[in-house]
Design a protein around this ligand. Structure first.
Ligand SMILES: Cc1cc2nc3c(=O)[nH]c(=O)nc-3n(C[C@H](O)[C@H](O)[C@H](O)COP(=O)(O)O)c2cc1C
Length: 241
C-alpha cells in the first residue's frame, strides 16, 4: 500500500524500520513528499512555517509564532447524541458563539457522534465542572465506535429527545440548523432550544452564577485543564475612568 510518513508542523518525526525476512518482504521506497503534495493532503494554502525558523521580532518585541490557534482556553463540554435509542457522549472544546442564540460545534468527521447528530439534527451540550471532569476526560479518550459509552453518565431525556447528563450543572439542548464542512471537520451550527440548569447555580436574579458553576477550561497547546471561579470586576465598569 502506497503511503507516506513525515513530521507535522507541531511534531517531529523519526522513522526506524525493521524488516523481518528481508528477502521476502522488502519495502519499495518511493519519491520524497513535495511541499505541494503535503499542502494538498492537509488542505493548506501554503507551507506552515516552523516556529524556530522565524528569527525576527515585531516592533513590540513579540515573537511571531506563525499561524497558531490561540483562542484558548475554552470551556469543556460533553456532547450528548441519541441514535436508535442509544446514547453516546463525546468531549468537545472547539465551540463558538454565533450572535445571541446560536452556537458552533466543530466535530472531527471520523467521530462516532457525528452520524447521530447528522441523522437526528439534535444534540445536547453539557457543561463540565470539576466533579464531572474525570468522566468527561474519558468520554474524550474512547470512541463510541469501539466502546459503548451510553452508561458513562446517568441521563434524563430532554424535551427535544436528547440525553441531558444528570451530573452536569448546565445543559443546552440544541437543534442542528446547518453543517459547515471543512476538510476533516463537521461544524454544526445549532440553535439553542432548551437550557437546563441546577437550581444551585442560579442566583437571585435568575441568572447562571459561574462563580458557583466554575466551568472547567481546556487549553490545547499544553493539553491541560484549568479552574475558573474568581470575579475580577464588573464589565463596562472595571474600565471606567
Ligand atoms: C479535552 C478534550 C477536548 C476535545 N475536543 C474536541 C473537539 O472540540 N472536537 C472534536 O472533534 N474532538 C474533540 N475531542 C476528541 C473527542 O472527544 C474524542 O475523539 C472522542 O473519543 C470522540 O468520541 P466518539 O467517537 O464516540 O464520538 C476532545 C477530546 C478531549 C479529551
Amino acid at each position: 500500500m502506497e503511503h507516506w510518513h513525515g513530521a507535522a508542523p507541531d511534531s517531529e518525526f523519526t522513522h526506524i524500520g525493521i524488516t523481518p525476512k528481508a528477502s521476502e518482504n522488502s519495502a519499495v521506497w518511493l519519491e520524497p513528499v513535495t511541499d505541494e503534495d503535503y499542502m494538498k493532503a492537509v488542505g493548506a494554502e501554503s507551507m506552515p512555517v516552523a516556529v524556530e525558523s522565524i528569527p525576527q521580532k515585531s516592533s513590540s518585541e513579540k515573537k511571531n509564532i506563525g499561524s497558531v490557534l490561540a483562542l484558548y482556553p475554552k470551556p469543556v463540554t460533553v456532547i450528548g447524541t441519541l441514535s436508535d435509542g442509544k446514547a453516546n457522549f463525546m468531549t468537545m472544546t472547539h465551540t463558538g458563539i454565533i450572535g445571541h442564540d446560536r452556537i458552533m460545534l466543530s466535530m472531527r468527521k471520523s467521530h462516532y457522534s457525528n452520524k447521530a447528530a447528522r441523522e437526528t439534527r439534535k444534540l445536547s451540550v453539557n457543561m463540565v465542572d470539576e466533579a464531572l471532569l474525570p468522566r468527561a476526560d474519558y468520554a474524550g479518550t474512547v470512541s463510541g465506535t469501539n466502546e459503548d459509552k451510553s452508561t458513562l453518565f446517568e441521563y434524563t431525556i430532554g424535551d427535544e429527545g436528547m440525553p441531558i447528563i444528570n451530573d452536569s450543572p448546565l445543559v443546552m439542548e440544541c437543534i442542528v440548523e446547518d453543517i459547515y464542512e471543512t476538510e476533516t471537520f463537521d461544524n454544526f451550527i445549532c440553535k439553542i432550544a432548551n437550557t437546563y440548569a441546577d437550581e444551585a447555580i442560579i442566583n437571585e436574579d435568575g441568572k447562571v452564577d459561574y462563580t458557583i458553576l466554575k466551568p472547567i477550561l481546556f487549553e490545547m497547546p499544553n493539553y491541560q485543564y484549568l479552574r475558573t471561579g474568581e470575579v475580577l470586576g464588573k464589565a463596562r465598569t472595571l474600565g471606567k475612568k
